[in-house]
Design a protein around this ligand. Structure first.
Ligand code: UDP
Ligand code: MG
Length: 153
C-alpha cells in the first residue's frame, strides 16, 4: 500500500491533541506502519522545508518546530498521500475546511498541528529522511478488509 509521512508538530504535542488525531487517522482506515518521537533540529528542517528557507518566516518556523519533540508516523493506505493531505486541510488553519484536522484544531498558518506529505515522490523522500529502514513495517492488519471493497486492495 502507498505510504505517507505525518509529523505531529509541537503545536499538537503542546495542546495534547496526539490521541485525538491518531483516533481520526485510525477511524479513517489508515494503517500505522511506523511511529516514533524525535527532536528535530535546524539541519533537518532546512532539508525538510528547503522550499521555504528564504522566506521571512523561516527562523520563526524553525523555532516553533524545535520547541518540543515531535512524533513522526508513517501511514499506509490506498492513495494514502492524497487522502491524508486532504484530511489535513490547507496550510492556514483559518482557511482550512471544517472536518479537516487543521480546520478543526487550529487557527494558525504556522502552528498548524500536522505536516502531511504533498506527493508520492515527496512522501518517499520524507519517509527516508525521518525513518531508518527497520522502523517502517510492511504488514496488513486482519481488519484492513473491512475498510476496502474486494477489488480495491
Ligand atoms: N508556514 C508558515 N507561514 C506561511 C506558510 C507556511 O509558517 O505563510 C509553515 C507552516 O507550518 C507550514 C510549513 O511552513 O505547514 C510548510 O509550508 P508549506 O507551504 O509546505 O505548507 P503545508 O504543505 O504544510 O500545507
Ligand atoms: Mg508542504
Amino acid at each position: 500500500m502507498e505510504k505517507t509521512l505525518v509529523i505531529f508538530k509541537p503545536s499538537a504535542i503542546d495542546r495534547r491533541l496526539v490521541g485525538k488525531i491518531i483516533s481520526r487517522i485510525e477511524d479513517k482506515g489508515f494503517v500505522i506502519a511506523g511511529i516514533k518521537m524525535m527532536q528535530l533540529d535546524e539541519k533537518i528542517l532546512r532539508e525538510h522545508y528547503a522550499h521555504l528557507v528564504d522566506k521571512p518566516f523561516f527562523p520563526s518556523l524553525v523555532e516553533s518546530m524545535i520547541s518540543t519533540p515531535v512524533i513522526v508516523a508513517c501511514l499506509a493506505g490506498v492513495e494514502a498521500v492524497r487522502v491524508f493531505r486532504e484530511m489535513t486541510g490547507v496550510t492556514n488553519g483559518r482557511n482550512a475546511a471544517p472536518g479537516t484536522l487543521r480546520g478543526d484544531f487550529c487557527m494558525s498558518s504556522q502552528t498548524n498541528i500536522v505536516h502531511a506529505s504533498d506527493s508520492v515522490e515527496n512522501a518517499e523522500i520524507e519517509l527516508a529522511r525521518f525513518f531508518a529502514k527497520g522502523e517502517i513495517f510492511d504488514y496488513l492488519p486482519s481488519n484492513v478488509k473491512y475498510f476496502y471493497g474486494d477489488n480495491e486492495l
